[in-house]
Ligand binder design. Sequence first.
Ligand SMILES: Cc1cc2nc3c(=O)[nH]c(=O)nc-3n(C[C@H](O)[C@H](O)[C@H](O)COP(=O)(O)O)c2cc1C
Length: 397
Amino acid sequence: MFPSQPENPAPSLRAERILVVQYSQTGQQLAALDALLGPLLEAGVPVHRETLRTSPAYPYPWPFWKFLDTFPETVTGDAPALEPLTIPPGAEFGLVIIAYPVWFLSPPPALTAFLLGDDARRLLRGRPVITLTACRNMWIMAQEKIKTLLAGIGARHCDHITLTDRGNAFASFITTPRWLLTGRKNRFWGLPPAGVSERDIHGCARFGRAILSALRAPVAGTASGVSASASSGGASADTPAGALGIPTDASADTPDSTSADTAIATPAAFSTGTFASASTPSTPAAPDAAPAGTPLLAGLRACMVDVKLIASERVGARNFHLWAKILRACGRPGSPPRNAMLLVFTAFFLALILTVVPASVVLKTLFAPLLRKKLARAAALYEQPSGSGGERLALFS
Ligand SMILES: Cc1cc2nc3c(=O)[nH]c(=O)nc-3n(C[C@H](O)[C@H](O)[C@H](O)COP(=O)(O)O)c2cc1C
């Protein structure tokens, strides 16, 4: 914990250790993190980067069948074992940043395993947490699952950053699988390179600068807009811990003082579809979970929902959950009945993409005037906690 330091009101950056929990196969999340962390590292803020490793590891580039067969367990949240973390025992962190790719509209298994484990409960409870995802373009349902898991362990989710492939959806529907299955993301057949653009990745430096500004903010209500008093549980507003809204009241850290035991971050909650059916923007479901943290990255275009994808994500997540349960009922990975059913699922999925998705685009265009307000409301909720506003861009870009 970071105790209040009324005798030393000057913010001490050394006191603010940041934990970065990262998972990336191709290195895309790592590049975004490098850009974000640059300003913080230059300023001497101590950062521990923890790479999640599953046992066994997932392959990259992916063999086609292995890629498909990873789907059921990923969607139902049946996560593999993680290799032990390298965080020194007893280490405490004032801020946690979690960077992850989206897999099948869900968190990748490595992150699910981490968030369901004891380490996350110990390290994240009561702490402000920033999530960052770099994916193709469909991140909403995965992030809703993560919001639920974070709320369940009493973490204070304060910001979400999204980076997506800005090429058109048709192009990335070809270039992303090519990248994942062959390891090649270069331009081909006139299509743009796969993945998030270099420009967007470098642009993550603005988030690092804004976090640094919040760490340096001596009092509540700074230029960064961070409110030290918000749920700081007795923290001195003079401290960087206060600036980040880190609870310095011991009660926030007492194991039995939060909802952890009754929380919903359990494998059972994952598999019952609590998350996959999150078809409406969720607020934390645990009634006594820690309050959300105050955003540090508001006004920086951290998170922008593409309203055209909301319906596809909701329908996709529901279908994925149903199919994942059917596939798991057919047997363990590699078993012949499951392989047969995977073929059926693949045909269904392609048919869905080729028929329902274009049909839904036509319907959405026709009904756009009627749905506009409803979709805008949903988008605004999914964009929480950071939002999509750009009013502070000039300060940190
Ligand atoms: C198994 C698998 C499933 C994926 N599913 C999605 C998805 O549902 N939505 C999406 O936008 N991107 C999806 N992607 C793309 C990833 O989110 C990400 O862009 C890509 O894997 C590179 O990330 P990384 O190298 O940082 O791990 C998927 C990737 C994999 C490997």
